[in-house]
Design a protein around this ligand. Structure first.
Ligand code: MLT
Ligand code: ZN
Length: 487
């Protein structure tokens, strides 16, 4: 599938989509051809923009018959190039952006049914309007789409309490690689009818079909949030504090984020509007959020007393508790702009790893010592969702390295070796090299290297069974394989 698509097939696709349903000029298609991190640049003959499930089905069916590969495309926030076509021009981009209706809010059943092209923020708003909560929460929620969240099994800042996207799904609707529609769009909590087929498509990054709709789990809307930034000594303090906070406040703990000093300094230096909550510098911070389903006025007082005792016992160095919604927003603004700050500061080498929580501190110590030799001068910016063991263990070059300079190029040339060392270490510690950002195109080699061979063979068998022609998002998750000669 490297030849340009058959013009007759492209013409048929345009007819099926109607005049508003496709883009083909270079200017119109450009936003669909490079990924969020600008790691990849692709080409396409057509961007399809269906506005109904029937149109998605027609497009995929036509592509299947014409042998045209299909690259599903949501909010384009993938960190791994999962929604970018290759450079051949032979792949069709299938944008879900016009499939953006909230189909049904079932407040009594705590369920929300949406099109795949709804933004995460729109789903959250629909839930709030019904007095409910849809708890997935990500920095990119204004632009990422539910279909992408499902396809990458997105995580974010509330996984500790509510789980990842996979755990938030009741039902799914998928257009299969031959164009048939799989209708599992039910809101049942109990449904023991054989294999849980919908699970195949969650985290499959569009390689097994196109998710067009989902029924999502809702939760009671918290009435109160109590949010604090706690100054601590480092990762070991964070993990110990996490245990004590959970012992004391149980399931009220919704978020526990780790922010090392350097991440805070980068955010302060590069993102206007970021606050400095303490007078003195501290080695690290924990951003902790508690939520209560009923108005619970004592929660803030109890949490303040708890943090006071932590400071007294010197297990925490200082703490600020948000006194208003604006102060809460300011603390989250700081946390959510760390990736942006690191990008604005210059080049970076990124990792999205997860580890058993109890081994995080040991991992950080070992990895930091190893990198001091491998990448001398480079700065570790290792922040993340410590409550669920997910660390964005990133690297920035030494201070003063200028964008585009020879020093920056030398730093980036270390990326492959740094990735190998970090991912090997993660494997040794029983962790995962991909916690929440998926595999996409970027990490197919890592999947081959670190995944259990039996699991890999099951993945290949599933792919071959559902998509024998290999038209769905080729080269994502599973690396392209040379065609097998049968002559
Ligand atoms: C985050 O946690 O901020 C996001 O996953 C993005 C990232 O850190 O790279
Ligand atoms: Zn993250």
């Amino acid at each position: 599938m490297t030849a340009a698509p058959d013009p007759a097939a492209i013409a048929a696709l345009k007819v099926a989509l109607g005049p508003d349903g496709w883009l083909e000029s270079a200017a119109d298609t450009a936003p669909y051809l490079s990924d969020f991190r600008r790691l990849y640049r692709g080409a396409t003959a057509l961007v399809a923009r269906p506005n109904s499930v029937a149109q998605v089905s027609a497009v995929v069916g036509l592509c299947a018959r014409a042998g045209i590969a299909v690259v599903p495309h949501g909010g384009n926030t993938s960190y791994c190039g999962g929604a970018t076509p290759d450079a051949s021009g032979a792949e069709l981009v299938l944008s879900l952006g016009r499939l953006n209706r909230v189909r049904e809010v079932d407040a009594a059943g705590y369920a929300l049914t949406v099109d795949a092209g709804c933004t995460l923020a729109a789903a959250q708003v629909a839930a709030v309007a019904a007095g409910r909560l849809f708890p997935l929460s990500l920095g990119s929620e204004g632009s990422c789409q539910i279909g992408g969240n499902l396809s990458t099994n997105a995580g974010g800042t509330a996984v500790l309490r509510y789980g990842m996207m996979r755990e938030l799904v009741l039902g799914l609707e998928v257009v299969m690689p031959d164009g048939r529609v799989l209708d599992q769009l039910r809101s049942l909590r109990k449904d023991n009818t054989g294999y849980d087929v919908k699970q195949l498509f969650l985290g499959a990054e569009g390689t097994l079909g196109v998710i067009t709709g989902a029924c999502l789990k809702l939760f009671p809307q918290p009435a109160d949030y109590v949010t604090a930034l706690v100054a601590i000594g480092g990762m070991a303090d964070a993990v110990a504090l996490l245990g004590r906070v959970r012992d004391e406040f149980g399931d009220a703990v919704e978020g526990f984020e780790y922010i090392p000093r350097l991440a805070h300094e980068l955010a302060l230096a590069h993102v206007p509007g970021v606050i400095a909550p303490f007078d003195h510098p501290h080695p690290a911070f924990a951003l902790i959020e508690l939520a209560a389903p009923k108005p619970w006025p004592e929660l803030q007082a109890r949490f303040e007393a708890f943090l006071g005792a932590e400071v007294e016992a010197r297990t925490a160095r200082d703490a600020v508790v948000a006194q208003s919604a604006a102060q809460r927003d300011a603390l989250w603004f700081l946390r959510e702009h760390i990736p942006d700050a690191q990008t604005r500061a210059g080049a970076s080498i990124k990792h999205d790893v997860s580890l058993p929580v109890a081994r995080l501190a040991e991992f950080v110590d070992t990895a930091t010592a190893t990198l001091a030799t491998l990448a001398p001068g480079a700065r570790v910016v290792g922040y993340g969702h410590v409550g669920d063991g997910n660390l964005h263990y990133n690297l920035s070059p030494a201070p003063g390295v200028v964008r585009g300079s020879a020093e920056e190029r030398a730093f980036l040339e270390l990326a492959a070796r740094v990735n190998r060392v970090i991912h090997d270490l993660v494997a040794t510690f029983g962790g995962s090299f991909s916690a929440e950002h998926g595999i996409g195109r970027l990490k197919t080699g890592e999947l081959e290297r670190y995944e259990d061979p039996v699991a890999l063979s099951v993945m290949r068998a599933v792919k071959a069974a559902l998509d024998p022609a290999g038209i769905m998002n080729p080269g994502k998750i599973l690396a392209r394989r040379p065609a097998v000669r049968r002559d």
